[in-house]
Design a protein around this ligand. Structure first.
Ligand SMILES: *[C@@H]1O[C@H](CO)[C@@H](O)[C@H](O)[C@H]1NC(C)=O
Ligand SMILES: *[C@@H]1O[C@H](CO)[C@@H](O)[C@H](O)[C@H]1NC(C)=O
Ligand SMILES: *[C@@H]1O[C@H](CO)[C@@H](O)[C@H](O)[C@H]1NC(C)=O
Ligand SMILES: *[C@@H]1O[C@H](CO)[C@@H](O)[C@H](O)[C@H]1NC(C)=O
Ligand SMILES: *[C@@H]1O[C@H](CO)[C@@H](O)[C@H](O)[C@H]1NC(C)=O
Length: 481
């Protein structure tokens, strides 16, 4: 009898245990659900998707090195430093920055006081944010940046993303989100050279909280990877995309209705709904009707892959094929402006000349390639380097953080912005659109003394660059002609 009773008791307490455990589980799941839909990180800026603003202003910002003989395309564009300082003037609550470099006050600059001072000035402004009670947040993949250590000591929150572990690359994204209202995106990073010696181009969108909320989600994505060496398999709602290639945001951009969305790289860094950079580029190329102008530092359709422990370099067709289709099948004119500098891969010449031979004996098939270099010697590191990374077509614009190199898209984290005005929505008296400005900036560079034809480059710099590759290109050219 007694034995039976104790057995009953044991069973009862086991059942209780199970019930309590079940309840605990439910509770945990509930907590997880609540946390995943509420912004647990820091202050809410009081703007939600329901009441965000999509009446935006856009301004093109450029850094043109002083010694370069190029002028701004339009009085509506701003020098990069003026644009960034303006954003800091406006900041009331938060400034979120992602940058591949933090060398605003690097030591090498001391040989060159004047051009360095812009970097120093911006760094001091960032240090001063704390006294205005503006929160500075930085996501980075740099471990040894003295500047970030200094900023952190002055109240900035710095979070480390181990891209080495996650993607085998680097965080090359370069953007600002200010008060979840204004954004900057472009080629310039937090490097004194970007404010002085290199040619940079970007855009600032003001009062554009709907888009800023989405870019903030990209930032939050990096933020939550702090010291993680894996990517969570379930995404928090806070980091999934609000808008995409197939579901863009409609904004009123300087008085004309325009579709916009953000894209990111690499694939691993694209949570649910987020358009990949390559998809965005592909779509913009596909929808071009008359012309495609591309300005990038490097163009190389190659990627390193490792399979079964072996490292192999493969042809990477993602962008190349889009251009080929546009050229041959749709007869869209393509202009490719690539930089010529010490890191130009010798195969660049082979791949671009292969594109040029594609149009052989085809009417209205038109591809031109030019190389941009401010330096006749082609050996200096980044003096006068054209660091731009954008594409403008007759109906859209893509501005990104990555060069058109397979390895960049495969391993490095970057972001892109697509702007596509809705046809027939512009008033004729509303001045040049951002597409017009971007096209004018491209043409200014293209027709400048710094842009050299493929032939000029292959003959003049034969000695400075890898002679073997170049003479092969030259031979191909001659046989083609
Ligand atoms: C937007 O809505 C949120 C909550 O719904 C509110 O707290 C916030 O004040 C609103 N912001 C504006 C600018 O209306
Ligand atoms: C948009 O409006 C702003 C402010 O009025 C102006 O500075 C800028 O040049 C305009 N942008 C374009 C592309 O017209
Ligand atoms: C980043 O990840 C790599 C590979 O997992 C590891 O060796 C390295 O120590 C990590 N870096 C930091 C700063 O945690
Ligand atoms: C942004 O909006 C505010 C208030 O609506 C306005 O005062 C300000 O001039 C706008 N800024 C720009 C750059 O359009
Ligand atoms: C990776 O690819 C580049 C070409 O993009 C090549 O020069 C380099 O040697 C490759 N590296 C490895 C480790 O395979």
């Amino acid at each position: 009898m007694a034995e039976q009773k104790t057995q009953e008791n044991v069973m009862k307490s086991q059942q209780k245990c199970i019930a309590v455990f079940g309840l605990l589980c439910c509770f945990a799941v509930l907590i997880a659900l609540i946390f995943s839909s509420v912004d647990v990180w820091g202050e809410d800026e009081g703007i939600t998707e329901e009441n965000c603003s999509s009446k935006c202003r856009i301004v093109l910002v450029e850094n043109i090195p002083e010694e370069m003989d190029l002028s701004p395309v339009d009085e509506g564009t701003l020098p990069l430093t003026v644009g960034l300082h303006g954003l800091l003037d406006m900041a009331k609550r938060s400034v979120e920055i992602v940058s591949p470099r933090w060398t605003l006050t690097s030591r090498e600059q001391q040989t060159d006081h004047f051009s360095a001072s812009e970097g120093q000035r911006l760094f001091e402004r960032l240090l001063g944010l704390k006294s205005r009670r503006v929160k500075l947040k930085v996501a980075t993949s740099l471990t040894d940046s003295a500047e970030l250590t200094t900023l952190a000591a002055h109240g900035a929150e710095v979070r480390y993303v181990n891209t080495t572990a996650l993607t085998k690359g680097h965080l090359h994204s370069s953007f600002w989100v200010v008060d979840r209202r204004h954004i900057y995106i472009g080629s310039a990073s937090m490097d004194w050279r970007s404010l002085a010696k290199m040619k940079e181009l970007g855009v600032i969108l003001y009062n554009c909280s709907c888009l800023a909320l989405d870019l903030h989600r990209v930032f939050s994505f990096y933020w939550q990877l702090h010291y993680k060496d894996y990517i969570p398999s379930i995404w928090s709602k806070r980091v999934t995309a609000l808008y995409s290639r197939d579901d863009p945001l409609l904004v009123h951009l300087n008085d004309s209705d325009t579709n916009v969305y953000m894209s990111t790289s690499p694939d691993l860094f694209c949570p649910k709904g987020r358009t990949r950079d390559v998809e965005a580029i592909h779509r913009v190329i596909q929808e071009a009707e008359r012309f495609i102008y591309v300005s990038v530092t490097d163009y190389l359709p190659l990627v390193n892959r490792s399979s079964r422990g072996l490292h192999v370099t493969r042809y990477w067709s993602a962008i190349d094929e889009g251009l080929r289709e546009a050229l041959v099948l749709r007869r869209v004119s393509v202009r490719l402006l690539v930089s010529l500098w010490e890191r130009t891969h010798p195969y660049t010449f082979n791949f671009v000349s292969s594109l040029t031979t594609l149009c052989l004996q085809l009417m209205d098939c038109n591809l031109e390639v030019k190389f941009f270099s401010a330096d006749e010697g082609y050996h200096r590191h980044d003096e006068g380097l054209n660091h731009n990374k954008y594409m403008v077509t007759d109906n859209a614009l893509y501005i990104g953080n990555l060069d058109w190199v397979g390895n960049d898209f495969a391993f490095n984290a970057g972001t892109g912005l697509v702007i596509k005005p809705i046809r027939g929505q512009r008033h004729l008296d509303s001045g040049p659109s951002v597409l017009d400005q971007m096209k004018a900036a491209f043409e200014r560079d293209w027709f400048s003394q710094y842009a050299k034809s493929l032939q000029e480059v292959t003959t003049q710099t034969g000695r400075a660059l890898k002679t073997a590759t170049l003479s092969r290109v030259e031979r191909e050219r001659q046989t083609a002609a």
